[in-house]
Design a protein around this ligand. Structure first.
Ligand SMILES: [Zn+2]
Length: 104
């Protein structure tokens, strides 16, 4: 249990990680150079950091992740990564090419 959980929790936000599942991850302004990690929403609500850990890859159907605390399983497309807005609903969105600048 983290003493200042309420402060810590404010650094995170709930995101749709695809396949109808959600996970907590750092807000964009809090990410910095931290490695992408997803936290189990069930544990998060109880003030516990349960990291979703890779278990197995399903052929053509995403991967299985398991919470390090409550051991619940989640099926996701791709691995933990930072998601912003619509990225999750677009599926496997990697790095977008830079937008073309209009000539002035
Ligand atoms: Zn959990």
């Amino acid at each position: 249990m983290i003493a200042d959980w309420r402060i810590e929790a404010q650094r995170y936000e709930l995101r749709d990680i695809g396949s109808g599942n959600c996970a907590y991850m750092l807000k964009p302004e809090e990410r910095g150079s931290e490695y992408p990690a997803w936290l189990c929403p069930t544990c998060f609500e109880q003030g516990v950091k349960g990291f979703l850990q890779f278990i197995a890859k399903l052929r053509g159907a995403g991967s299985i992740y398991r919470c390090s605390q409550c051991k619940s399983h989640t099926m996701v497309q791709g691995g933990p990564r930072w998601l912003c807005g619509e990225e999750a609903s677009r599926g496997n969105a990697d790095v977008d090419p830079p937008a073309q600048q209009a000539k002035s």
